[in-house]
Design a protein around this ligand. Structure first.
Ligand code: KG4
Ligand code: ZN
Length: 348
């Protein structure tokens, strides 16, 4: 079966056709994955402007879906189901994808599958590499999320920890902004970090030891916090009132990146050890980070646990991962009614 996936949760309008392979070890193959990025529109404002994002999704959605069908040499008659991101995300953005998907499902008489955005990021690992040995622990780390999940059975994602404040990608974006490096910050900080001394600036790490009042069911010691780190970088920059040299900027980037990567990897492998994971994965936009990828693979080899990463194009928001998560749900017998609504705060 071929499924049409649609993703509009933030600032990328994306549509994809993913098909089942019949191979249980590597169940899905991408036939097309079209992404219309709005980065140039939001760059001018230093971050995503929700109202501009939803208006641009409306302009782009029809053309993006047509391009995904064309690219996959697929007609509507060959599509067996439609998967769409229901949440979490910006509600105005989500509504465009959800409304389009509902209308298309009604018009073409196809089953509709509403997908959680983070389930999509987790399934991007399977889409790219094949099934992960279970139990698996996956870190989803992006501009909006830094969350750890335990996958004991296919399609079941149990939360283990999450950020209490900023997401790691958000911290990258904010640090880049205060260093005057532009938006999005992750790729440029990553590049400059390779030219800096990662011990030049002493920056704090945060280890949480108590449960979050907003999520008392979790112990809380696998949670993250990045706002203090961001503030420490801000203080350091303010303390150097004269303008920073290129080398000083690179040193800040390297020192910041060392702390972020160390915290992410330590917490992920702590969780993996506690849950005797047979595999570990990192998904989401920040999984494109060069140091994170390298340290992740090294630590996996040392701990003798298999490591899963998405391709660079599957790490940032895209509809192929939503299509894959949709196929997972569809095969478990789960579809959504046509009155399903976008949910900006959807819980996995
Ligand atoms: O998954 P994604 O495309 O969108 C969200 O769901 O948020 O992730 C975007 C985030 C941005 O914060 C961006 O700065 C970050 O991923 N990012 C990186 C790198 N490439 C993208 N962060 C660190 N290093 C990178 N190489
Ligand atoms: Zn995302």
């Amino acid at each position: 079966m071929r499924i049409l996936g649609i993703e509009t949760s933030c600032d990328e309008t994306s549509a994809a056709i993913v098909e089942e392979t019949g191979d249980a070890a590597k169940p899905w193959a991408i036939r097309s994955n079209i992404v219309a990025s709005q980065v140039p529109i939001h760059r001018e404002w230093g971050g995503v402007v929700p109202e501009l994002a939803s208006r641009q999704h409306i302009r782009d959605i029809c053309g993006v879906v047509e391009a995904a069908l064309d690219d996959a040499r697929t007609s509507w008659a060959d599509v067996g189901a439609i998967a769409v991101t229901q949440g979490p995300g910006l509600v105005g953005s989500l509504l465009v994808g959800v409304s389009f998907a509902k209308a298309a499902a009604a018009a073409a008489n196809l089953p509709l599958v509403a997908v959680h955005h983070l389930a999509g990021h987790i399934e991007s690992l399977v889409l790219h590499n094949g099934e992960m040995p279970l139990p698996a622990v996956v870190l989803v780390v992006s501009g909006g999320h830094t969350s750890l999940y335990l996958v004991e059975r296919h399609g079941h994602y149990a939360p283990l920890g999450r950020t209490r404040d900023d997401a790691a990608g958000e911290a990258y974006d904010k640090v880049a902004k205060l260093l005057g490096l532009g938006y999005p910050g992750g790729p440029v900080v990553d590049r400059l970090a390779t030219e800096g001394n990662d011990r030049a600036v002493a920056l704090p790490t945060t280890r949480l030891t108590h449960a979050d009042r907003n999520a008392p069911a979790l112990k809380g010691d696998l949670d993250f916090s990045f706002s203090g780190l961001k503030t420490a970088v801000l203080r350091h920059v303010r303390a150097h009132e004269r303008s920073l040299s290129g080398q000083e900027v690179a040193d800040i980037c390297a020192s910041f990146q060392r702390v972020v990567v160390t915290v992410l990897i330590d917490r992920l492998f702590d969780a993996a050890r506690r849950h005797q994971a047979k595999s570990v994965g990192i998904a989401g936009g920040v999984s494109a980070n060069s140091r994170l990828r390298a340290e992740f693979i090294q630590r996996g080899e040392r701990r003798e646990v298999s490591t899963f990463l998405p391709s660079l194009s599957l790490s940032t928001d895209n509809a192929a991962m939503i299509a894959a998560a949709g196929l997972r749900k569809l095969r478990a017998g789960i579809t959504s009614p046509l009155d399903v609504n976008a949910d900006a705060g959807l819980v996995l």
